[in-house]
Structures are given as C-alpha cells and as structure tokens.
Design a protein. Sequence first.
Length: 205
Amino acid sequence: MAQRLLVASRNSKKLVELRRVLERAGISGLEVVGLDEVPEYDEAPETGATFEENALAKARDGFAATGLACIADDSGIEVDALRGMPGVLSARWSGRHGDDEANTSLLLGQMRDVPAERRGGAFVSACALVTATGEVVVRGEWRGRIIDAPLGDNGFGYDPVFVPDDEAAGGRTAAELSASEKDALSHRGRALTQLVPALQELARS
C-alpha cells in the first residue's frame, strides 16, 4: 500500500509537478496528496525572513497536524536591481496576496527605467521535507532577466516577465515554455530533484 506524502499546498500545479518528479526518478510507493485532501488545520502565517524558514515552518505544521511526511516550498523572485526584492514578499508584493497581475504590474513599474544589462534576477525555491526520521531543506535557483512586458500564457506568478538564461529556453519567457520544459529548468524542479534521495528512502521505509 502506498505511503501518503502531503504537499502543504492547494496549488494543483505544484502537486502535478512533484508527481512528475517522482515519476521521472522512478519512485513508486508514495501517494502525493494536497491540503484539500486532508482534514483542515491552522496554517501559521509566513513570517520567516528567508524562503528556507517559511518552507520548513509549513512542512513542520503539516507533519505535526496530520502525521504524514510533508513537503512544503516557499518560492519567489529576487531581482538584482531591487537588491533581492520582492524575495519572500513575492506573492504579496502589491499588497494583495496571490494577485499575479497586480504583483507583476508593480514590479514592471519599479523596473521601468532599469537598463537591459541590469535587469537580471532569479527565481528561488526552498523545499523542506519533514518526516518521522528528520528534516531536509534544499534550495533551487533559476537565473534569468526581467523583460518589460508580459509574454506567454503558461505558468503563473512572474513567469510571463522572466526570460531564463538557459540556452534550452531559447529566449522565451517561463510562461512560453511547456510544462515538461519548465520542470527540467525551473527553480522548483531543481529543488525537488535534490529531494529525490530522501524521497527514495521514504518510499522504502
């Protein structure tokens, strides 16, 4: 019988992404479930100063509340010209949590006079895994640059204004990549891949 693995998120795209990572790694014996599939519990606000702190707090909450091994991630974009902001404030940069359009619009306004050579930045994802036997926290980064207008309909968040440095992206924004292309390159994909050894061990336990 498969062991349930909780992903502390209601974002269906994150669940699908983790399922693809497990499949690519050949890991069986784990059933990925989201917050909508377990009894509701109080989720602490994200008050950490770093992505790692927020991810670990969410994973600890999920494990404590359900007894299930729990993965949580905290992610966002760090823009060089803004000294690493929005960072952990990425999802609520405009003051309204999760308003992708407003957040992106504010970021573009702040970047309006920044020349092309100074528009670098990185998507960052910290992923934490908390189980009965311990805790693992990993970090993935995806370097690129911020363009001056959104392009593409895939993805979410700041994807339409982020062009990865990777040659494989071919100058397209993250929102113009297919799901499988994004998995192979993205910050969250890189972080989740680092968790594969711990997930393999969990599947065997």
